[in-house]
Design a protein around this ligand. Structure first.
Ligand code: SF4
Ligand code: SF4
Length: 391
């Protein structure tokens, strides 16, 4: 019988470009196992990064049958990049498992929750239109504005304060009105397992952004889709893409102090996986919070590159709801152990996960709006216009 690494990936040939990446995990002593939020919450060997990559590999090279028990581990991943930080090879488990999902969907083996996301994508992504109709953003929006804002479907669907404040704060920070992007970043298609439609959605988005000076993205997951996952799939955006925290950090001098506006007690920053490990943005939100609070924000014990996932990414709340809930509860317990208070994040899915576990959470954009209002309130009153001013 041929050695496993001599066997072609005949059943899932789409994974052939990822064969070396899969084999790095398959033949590895699992150095990253302690980093995975999924196998930490549900301690099963199959759910470690090694287990998920091995299952995809052995299905692909026909060592095991094409069956739910071997296919579904590919969806047991939040896409948090945590394993990569602990891997001597920087192995791309996240991208490879997303590719495996797509190959498995093509082969007809996917969890029902993922299939439902694919069936309902057009309907769920139409939520972006809701934010444009929200009267709270009406005075900040102009369809012809040079700066575009992509709020994110999760914010738009729920009509969150964070989504509304993202639009209003970007308009204030850029000194004009903003155009709202009503095309989804396509991340749900990537996570559910339709790579071809993910690319199509990226191309549609690129077309919608043509001619803009830049696009500011509110949700960390959408920002990673535009800056990491679409370029990896060969789609580049026609305008620079920045996360909201990067814009706010550049304009940090315009922020006032939000004394007491977030309540008493600690104000703790949670590094969203897609913003931190995904985009390498760690300093910008801390600069913004330091200015708004007048002191450095409180921190989780595990933070920055070692920050812990909320459990809300990669469709895990749909494919493994109990495990996702367990991970969110662990993070809120970490927060409580460190002194509780308010969590600030820039990921709409993480916010929802923490709120479900009983934590008080605000989006970074809400802190920035309050800090802009505080700066306005403390500005010296303008002198009354003189006759000469009026001429
Ligand atoms: S990600 Fe790296 S450390 Fe983890 S199993 Fe794969 S090769 Fe090993
Ligand atoms: S990306 Fe995160 S959830 Fe996925 S296998 Fe790695 S550590 Fe686990």
């Amino acid at each position: 019988m041929a050695r496993p690494d001599d066997r072609p990936l005949r059943r899932l040939p789409q994974l052939t470009p990822h064969k070396a990446t899969l084999e790095r995990c398959v033949f590895c002593p699992k150095l990253c196992r302690s980093a995975c939020p999924v196998s930490n919450a549900e301690p099963r060997e199959t759910l470690t990064p090694w287990g998920k990559m091995s299952m995809a590999y052995f299905v692909a090279n026909e060592s095991v049958p094409l069956a739910p028990s071997f296919a579904e581990p590919a969806w047991a991943c939040t896409g948090c990049f945590g394993c990569r930080e602990h891997c001597d090879h920087d192995n791309d488990v996240t991208g490879t498992l997303f590719a495996a999902r797509s190959a498995l969907v093509d082969a007809g083996e996917a969890p029902s929750a993922a299939r439902r996301v694919l069936e309902r994508f057009a309907e769920s992504s139409s939520a972006l239109g809701k934010i444009a109709a929200d009267p709270r953003v009406a005075s900040s929006v102009d369809a012809n504005a040079r700066v575009a804002v992509l709020v994110g479907c999760e914010h738009a669907r729920r009509g969150t304060e964070g989504g509304v404040d993202t639009v209003r704060a970007v308009a204030r920070l850029t000194g004009g009105k903003v155009a709202l992007v009503d095309v989804c970043c396509g991340a749900p298609l990537l996570y559910a397992g339709d790579h071809a439609r993910f690319v199509q959605e990226g191309e549609r988005l690129a077309k919608a952004l043509a001619g803009r000076e830049r696009v500011v993205v509110g949700d960390a997951g959408c920002a990673a889709a535009l800056r990491v996952h679409h370029p990896a799939a060969g789609v580049t955006m026609p305008a620079p893409v920045e996360h909201f925290s990067e814009l706010a950090a550049r304009e940090v001098g315009r922020l006032g102090r939000v004394d007491g506006a977030l309540g008493d007690g600690p104000v703790r920053w949670h590094d969203p996986c897609q913003l931190g490990r995904g985009l390498g943005v760690y300093e910008a939100p801390r600069q913004v919070l330091s200015r708004a609070l007048g002191r450095a924000p409180d921190e989780f014990e595990r933070r920055r590159e070692d920050g812990r996932c909320s459990g809300a990414g990669g469709l895990l709340p749909l494919t493994m709801p109990d495990v996702a809930r367990g991970i969110g509860e662990q993070r809120v317990a970490d927060h409580d152990r460190s002194g509780g208070g308010t969590i600030v994040t820039a990921c709409a899915s993480s916010m929802r996960s923490f709120q479900k576990s009983g934590a008080k959470v605000v989006d970074l954009a809400t802190v920035v709006m309050r800090a802009l209002d505080a700066a306005d309130a403390s500005a010296p009153p303008r002198a009354a216009p003189t006759e000469r001013d009026e001429t």
